[in-house]
Ligand binder design. Structure first.
Ligand code: M6R
Length: 609
């Protein structure tokens, strides 16, 4: 996600902030900015593009001042631009704010502030914060921040400076990382340790619900009610490279662990369980258009294509509109029969995959409307589509896609529900049940990640094999395709996925003693059928690892290992089931000594045919 760094002390702030931001560059960003205080005024400099562009704008002269905040932005609300870059200010220019996260109720807050005469400059959700601080400020910056955050819904790590209180930074954290760095006659805030590691190894790791006020000589931590909190100092032992990965040995593992946060962000401000409602700000599919829709195509590559296959099952089930899923490199050359009464859903994490982009252009040329699901604001796909849903997974650095895939599934769930609600193809109560179950996914994912040690042991067991098979029925089938892709791309073990009912039509010939077969059985209405297929494998002495819903005791009798996942609504289970699959692949690859984050022959973004 975005990066934050803040400094107060005896040195010039600008070079410290710019250096700190550069150390966060590996995370990806689209614009950057700094605000520097000196005794008389605040300098605010922002630029779209790399930090280099920001430095060019400074023209070699750093603004003077010993306090400031800086930010690298990864756009969510509002395209990358100078104006949308952080820090953001209020009407007077007295308050400067940097923010990571998403403010879910910003629309409502913006209308309230506008009714009081506040004027907004950017398209961001963040800008409501400096205006609220201006509104609440009564001589105490931390107090104004406290009042502001009590009205914010969503996630945030915030840093604020004000020329009314020079030499102070106020900061707060809810569901987005933030630390305070402790120096000698100087102190820091940062979203990530690498930003300040060259200055101090002593930090306070702020917890959700904590605020901090820093000056050059003091660091005071409070809860959101203003009660002081005693913190213990965390001594950072990592080197700079380990610090970039947040202490994880690989980006892939870090990104697997970021999924609870990514789920929450992707659903933020979009799902409303009480009303059974889905709101998608950048999607404008009217009832008339949807009623005349003859077909939906979903087009993508690789992991995104696998997400699309799950999407087909869910969209058809909830909306009763036929869905065809295509691999982008095939779609673009097969002269697909598309017209204006068809919707094409394009899925692409990067938004730059050459084949996917060509499929988008071909669809539009033939008159279809295009809805894009992408993780990158301002990407080619996002610019050229008619409607967009961003997966707010944050930058994905490992080549193997993990959090992008699971958030694509959530986006597809939301599309299916959105269409079904407009067309009235599902009862209110069913929609409410599914949306309530969606709300629980982040916590359930967290629980699942706690069973990592077991998955490590099973991953190590399969690491010595040449071939691994995945079988599943219903939604467990497209999910199996993704599980197999994950294993082969990072561990180089040959892995194949089959619809469980297909096994006996050929592939069963390959099953012999000890061959691992991974069998998700999360779709209860299909359980008995898949169980029969598992028994066919067991009869040939295959080694079966099932992934089952919590409480399914019966499966234990027929398999060698069971991984349990928290129970959710059946259409949502792929979002959780993929997590153990990702971890199995990860630990198998680590056991084989593979370069997990940069697998051989692969690139993160495939911009050639
Ligand atoms: O950026 P995209 O989602 O368009 O990328 C599509 C595929 O190249 C990508 O999903 C690829 O399959 C990943 N390496 C899978 O982990």
């Amino acid at each position: 996600m975005c990066g934050i760094v803040g400094y107060v002390g005896g040195r010039q702030a600008a070079p410290i902030l710019l250096d700190g931001l550069k150390r966060l560059e590996y995370r990806g960003y689209d614009s950057a900015g700094i605000a520097i205080h000196n005794c008389r005024h605040t300098n605010l400099i922002k630029a779209e593009g790399k930090i280099k562009v920001l430095e060019e704008k400074l023209g070699g002269a750093y603004p003077e001042g010993c306090a400031g905040i800086g930010h690298t932005r990864w756009a969510t609300h509002g395209r990358p631009s100078d104006v949308n870059a952080h820090p953001h200010t209020d009407c007077t220019g007295d308050f400067m704010v940097v923010h990571n996260g998403i403010i879910e109720n910003y629309q409502e807050l913006k209308e309230w502030l506008q009714s009081k005469g506040h004027v907004f400059k950017s398209e961001t959700d963040t800008e409501v914060i400096p205006h609220m601080i201006e509104h609440f400020y009564d001589g105490d910056l931390l107090e104004a921040l406290k009042k502001t955050i009590s009205r914010l819904e969503g996630s945030f790590a915030l840093g604020v400076i004000s020329r009314r209180e020079p030499g102070t930074i106020a900061a707060a954290r809810k569901s987005s990382p933030l630390i305070a760095g402790l120096g000698e006659g100087e102190n820091f805030i940062a979203s990530d340790i690498p930003a300040i590691l060259q200055h101090t190894r002593k930090v306070y790791i702020l917890e959700d619900g904590e605020m901090v006020k820093i000056t050059k000589d003091s660091v005071e931590v409070y809860d959101f009610l203003g009660t002081p909190v005693a913190k213990s100092v965390f001594e950072v032992k990592w080197d700079a490279v380990a610090a970039e990965r947040g202490g994880y040995p690989h980006f892939m593992l870090k990104e697997i662990h970021e999924q609870p946060r990514a789920f929450k962000d992707t659903m933020a401000g979009r799902i409303f369980p009480e009303k059974g409602e889905i709101r998608l700000d950048d999607v404008h599919l009217g009832k008339d258009y949807l009623q005349n829709l003859k077909k939906i195509f979903i087009v993508a590559c690789g992991t995104a294509y696998h997400a699309g296959m799950v999407g087909k099952y869910i969209i058809e089930k909830l909306t009763r509109i036929p869905v065809e899923v295509d691999i982008a490199s095939e779609f673009r050359y097969r002269n697909p029969m598309i017209d204006k009464d068809m919707l094409v859903i394009i899925i692409s994490q990067s938004g730059e995959t050459a084949d996917t982009l060509a499929a988008l252009r071909e669809s539009r040329k033939q008159g279809a409307r295009v809805l894009a699901v992408t993780n990158v604001v301002g990407s080619s796909v996002s610019r050229e589509a008619d409607d967009i849903i961003y997966t707010w997974a944050g930058p994905e650095i490992a080549v193997a896609s993990t959090k992008a895939y699971s958030t694509q599934l959530i986006a597809l769930d939301m599309i299916a529900l959105y269409i079904a609600r407009i067309l009235g193809t599902m009862p209110d109560e069913d929609a409410k049940d599914i949306i309530a179950a969606m709300k629980k996914l982040p916590d359930q994912a967290k629980t699942l990640l706690e069973s990592e040690d077991r998955l490590k042991a099973i991953g190590q067991k399969i690491s010595g094999h040449q071939d691994v098979f995945y079988i599943g029925r219903g939604l467990d089938y497209p999910l199996s395709l993704e599980g197999a892709l994950k294993l082969k791309e990072i561990s180089y073990i040959h892995a194949e996925a089959y619809a469980a009912g297909e096994l006996k039509h050929g592939t069963l010939a390959l099953i012999e003693e000890g061959v691992p077969v991974i069998a998700p059985v999360t779709q209860e209405h299909l359980f008995e059928k898949t169980l029969s297929n598992i028994k066919e494998v067991k009869a040939r002495e295959g080694y079966v690892i099932a992934i089952a819903n919590d409480g399914n005791e019966e499966i234990k009798k027929s398999v060698d290992d069971v991984i349990y996942i928290p129970k959710t609504h059946p259409i949502l289970s792929p979002v959780l089931t993929v997590i153990p699959m990702q971890l199995l692949a990860y630990y198998a690859a680590v056991a084989r000594g593979c370069d997990v984050d940069k697998p051989r022959n692969l690139a993160k973004s495939v911009t050639v045919e």
